[in-house]
Design a protein around this ligand. Structure first.
Ligand SMILES: NC(=O)c1ccc[n+]([C@@H]2O[C@H](COP(=O)([O-])OP(=O)(O)OC[C@H]3O[C@@H](n4cnc5c(N)ncnc54)[C@H](OP(=O)(O)O)[C@@H]3O)[C@@H](O)[C@H]2O)c1
Length: 371
């Protein structure tokens, strides 16, 4: 079975990576062009093959809006472009479609789009959640943090991804601080989860007050601005970034060499996956990831195609944790694995991790020295 995946640029760097001619054009002009542009097929995906020989192929179809436009334009206008991207995929033979980044966030997180779609729809959030939690715990292991004695801060905790991450992180840690802007929704989440999860929970609307409390930080927000101030992070903290666009800016890499930042939603795709530009056959479509790697939401869509699942899968903001577990198992069976750690367009190598740990030790020692 074939798949389609709806993509859109999440930053100006994404636009320039695809279209170098956009350099120097300025954001307002680029946004105007995108408003006029119809959806189009950006890449063909081939070579996905599981260890037991099952395959799929598909297309990335672009619904060209920036994240800010997805949030600001009339909802029906945005739905119309996403649905036209889905129809392009369906005409190419796709039977399941994934909603990438903000195309799965806008409105009711895929429910309305699924009602109007000619093919099965998923946001891909279930595998993103499974990968994000694993990635945070891998980071803790690398930084020699015992999660059982740690506080985790989940930013975007009331969201589709964030709320499920809280539930899955809770059994591993001592305390979770749940962060978002809307206090009413946070209080409701606290009421829903208190007594249901084994660790203690608290809520916070001020990110700057929350971040210093955690050794482990996971971000899954729809903010279009960087959210984490380098000075707020604990020495030797781990930050798992799921947001697209990112919440963690390069200032963290520059100013905090003692902190391990890792993109949590990157998956190594089995086989010899090839993402080829449709406009220039033979040229790779650059996802800004390591070769052979895709986002978890793309991987979920590929998996549903491999499994011949012609049904809507992850939709809406209330995530079914059974589906998270199921897709994680399907991923494991099909050879979709957590990709090696990466952040700020670079791999986080074992040497880099050793340097981060040394920087954390030195920072702790100098803090003791100054007391
Ligand atoms: N890596 C991947 O494979 C992958 C896959 C899918 C999605 N994503 C990304 O994951 C992110 C979250 O998606 P989602 O579907 O969970 O979205 P969602 O359901 O809309 O949730 C967004 C959450 O972020 C919070 N938030 C928004 N702006 C904020 C701000 N300025 N400060 C603090 N909290 C803020 C929201 O609460 P308040 O409004 O109350 O603040 C809410 O809790 C998006 O960036 C999306 O692109 C990544």
């Amino acid at each position: 079975m074939k798949f389609a995946f709806v993509i859109h640029p999440t930053s100006l760097e994404d636009v320039i990576r695809y279209e170098p001619g956009a350099v120097g054009k300025g954001r307002p002009l680029i946004e105007k062009i995108m408003e006029w542009m119809p959806a189009y097929t950006a890449a063909r995906v081939t070579g996905v093959c599981t260890p037991d020989g099952r395959t799929t192929e598909g297309w990335f179809v672009a619904a060209t809006y920036m994240p800010e436009q997805m949030l600001a334009l009339p909802r029906e206008t945005v739905y119309a472009k996403i649905l036209s991207a889905i129809r392009i995929g369906a005409d190419l033979g796709a039977e399941v479609v994934g909603l990438g980044a903000f195309t799965g966030v806008v409105g009711d997180a895929g429910l309305t789009i699924a009602e109007r779609s000619p093919i099965a729809v998923t946001t891909g959030n279930s595998l993103t959640i499974a990968a994000g939690v694993k990635s945070l715990l891998r980071g803790a292991h690398e930084m020699e943090i015992d999660p059982a004695c740690a506080t985790a801060v989940v930013i975007g905790a009331t969201g589709s991804i964030g709320s499920a991450c809280v539930e899955l992180i809770a059994p591993h840690v001592e305390h979770v601080v749940m962060v978002a802007r809307n206090a009413t929704r946070l209080r409701k989440l606290l009421d829903d989860l208190a007594g249901k999860v084994p660790c203690s929970l608290s809520i916070e609307t001020d990110i700057r007050a929350a971040v210093p409390r955690g050794q482990l930080v996971l971000t899954a927000t729809t903010s279009t601005q960087e959210l984490i101030e380098p000075a707020d992070l604990q020495t030797g903290a781990v930050v798992c970034e799921l947001s697209l666009p990112h919440d963690v800016g390069r200032r963290v890499a520059i100013e905090r060499p003692d902190v391990l930042v890792t993109e949590g939603g990157n998956i190594r795709v089995p086989g010899r996956p090839r993402f080829e530009r449709v406009r220039e056959p033979g040229r790779d479509f650059d996802l800004g990831l390591a070769p052979g790697t895709a986002l978890a939401c793309m991987s979920e869509t590929m998996l549903l195609a491999i499994e011949n699942r012609r049904e809507h899968y992850t939709l809406g903001r209330g995530i079914d944790l059974e589906k998270v577990r199921e897709i994680d198992e399907l991923a494991e069976r099909a050879g979709f694995e957590l990709a090696d750690m990466r952040a700020f367009d670079k791999p986080v190598t074992p040497g880099a991790i050793a340097a981060i740990k040394t920087a954390a030790r030195e920072r702790r020692a100098s803090a003791v020295g100054t007391v």
